[in-house]
Write a protein that binds this ligand. Sequence first.
Ligand code: ADP
Length: 247
Amino acid sequence: AALAVPAPAGGLILQQISLRLGGRQVLDGVSLTAAERRIGIVGRNGSGKTTLARVMAGLIAPDDGRAEVCGIDVARDRRGALGAVGILFQNPDHQIIFPTVEEEIAFGLTQMGRSRAEAAAATRAMLDRFGKGHWAGAATHSLSQGQKQLVCLMAILVMEPGLIVLDEPFSGLDIATRMQLMRCLDAVEATVALITHDPEPLTGFDRVIWLEGGKVIGDGPPDQVLDRFGRQMRIWGGQDDLSDLPG
Ligand code: ADP
């Protein structure tokens, strides 16, 4: 049984998002209305994917435009954004702050104002859902990277967000672990926006957005967008944008 509340139609709305950082136009009029459950965001290094992820999670406010998740203006309503969007980063070591798994998973719920008892019960239920009840008292620092990433994912899911933004969450992991985490995502009811420069995990997705130079240059079903993206990557001869320096 899925715990998360599904995002309503149009759960993610980006309107003309623009943002300059260090003198560079990192996002340039990004618009997107998404009701799909599985959205991939691809693009070379430096194309603006991580910055867009941070905007979608309400961690950074755009200079212009509006980002709305489940009706919440995530740049202006920090408390609302906390419950509406969860974000998983590439390196779980930057995300984990507590000594034990159960503290790590319960923290967000207490931040949202739930009692310690409620948070503890929801944490147990979340661990059990993934067959990891025995992890509760485990030391977070003793876990493998893949295990840490799963703990971070559970810490997000327990808050029942409408949107989960995953920013290259599988880059450091071996193929088997990547596939295990992808399978965990299959059961998630929330809208998932997966940011990646590796098109492989996106084949079963509903929609793929392609960013280049802070602009959307491709948007459609995965087979169409990934086919063009793959061909362009071969022409570019790599995934890094070396055309310009920040600043
Ligand atoms: P991606 O995730 O696609 O690799 P990013 O969103 O991380 O792209 O970065 C897009 C561009 O913005 C890059 O050129 C990067 O150097 C620049 N950039 C990102 N954050 C900052 C910042 N805080 N200050 C200056 N430039 C930045």
